[in-house]
Design a protein. Sequence first.
Length: 139
Amino acid sequence: MSFGPGFLPTFLYYFVSTTLIAALVASQGLGMGMGSPTAVRLGLVLGVIAGLAGGYFNRTVTQSFEFQNRQKFLQKLEAALNEMGFAKSAEREDGVLVYQRSALSALLSGKVFVNFEQKSVEVAARAIALKKLSKRLQG
């Protein structure tokens, strides 16, 4: 199951966005031109930092969990997702369950995709959300 961008596309998104914004703000705030070496360097440094942080925390990752009883595991999974603010929003034609937060928080947190197999389930979500979910499921 492959959903969402991995590290490299996420890094590039945050890097480019932050570099451009930081260079623009620095050039306007410091009264320099957009091509000023100081503004460009500041933009690049902040872009790399934001790219690394964004790529680490917001990339999409997958994790598999094994279970004995599908229904019990689904109840535990949904309880953990509800604690995190996620609710089931759809079931796709291929059987993948989609969970997301409501309103504005949905834009910031992304979606959680759940695909059940015989005795395992594969979950795809943003890295930070999947880490929290994993702790709740294993703890």
